[in-house]
Design a protein around this ligand. Structure first.
Ligand code: 5GP
Length: 174
């Protein structure tokens, strides 16, 4: 299917600038720590790759796969772990990398479950924060952009597996 034009919400250059700023904070905050970035598949993979390449401190990476949205545009509310992390996180400083925190259910579930695995610290970095739809209070330690309640795609984020390769964040009308 050819990609139709999607209206821009956040431009490529704004994303690039913000990713650099977030990485600069992480370089300071995790200088003497055992940082492990854990990306939530699939939506965070582009953001995580760009962020990871801007780090100048030792860091490892891993991924988890959860299900929360299915193929629709509204959350099911039910979260299941489809692919768990491969390595031990005991005494490591975990930074969860999310594409979007919307209701907060996914982030809160993941934070709690990683804490139970003996991590020394668990923080969360999200590219996008949609605060208007929050159901579960969760601390977001690093936020790329706060966005209004709209359905976004691009920069790794999909709609039914389409639009992930857009270099910017766009929005589609649902
Ligand atoms: P939460 O548990 O916070 O409601 O769900 C967050 C997840 O829902 C995100 O990681 C993302 O996969 C999905 N999500 C939330 N808002 C959007 C959106 O606007 N577009 C897309 N494609 N996914 C979204």
């Amino acid at each position: 299917m050819p990609q139709v034009k999607v209206p821009v919400l956040i431009t490529r250059s704004k994303i690039k600038k913000r990713v650099k700023q977030l990485a600069a904070r992480l370089n300071r905050d995790y200088r003497l720590k055992h940082l492990v970035l854990i990306g939530v598949l699939k939506g965070s993979f582009v953001f995580m790759a760009d962020l990871f390449r801007c780090l100048n401190i030792p860091a490892q990476c891993d991924f988890v796969s959860l299900s929360s949205y299915g193929s629709g545009t509204t959350s099911s509310g039910k979260i299941k772990m489809r692919h768990a992390i491969a390595h031990s996180i005991k005494n490591k400083d975990i930074l969860i990398i999310e594409d979007i925190v919307d209701t907060g259910l996914t982030a809160s579930y993941l934070k709690n479950s990683l804490k139970k695995h003996g991590a020394r610290s668990v923080r969360l970095c999200t590219l996008l924060d949609k605060p208007s739809r929050r159901k579960k209070k969760v601390q977001l330690d690093y936020i790329g952009f706060k966005i209004p309640n709209c359905f976004v795609v691009g920069y790794g984020i999909d709609w039914n597996e389409h639009y992930r390769s857009l270099p910017y964040i766009g929005y589609i009308k649902t």
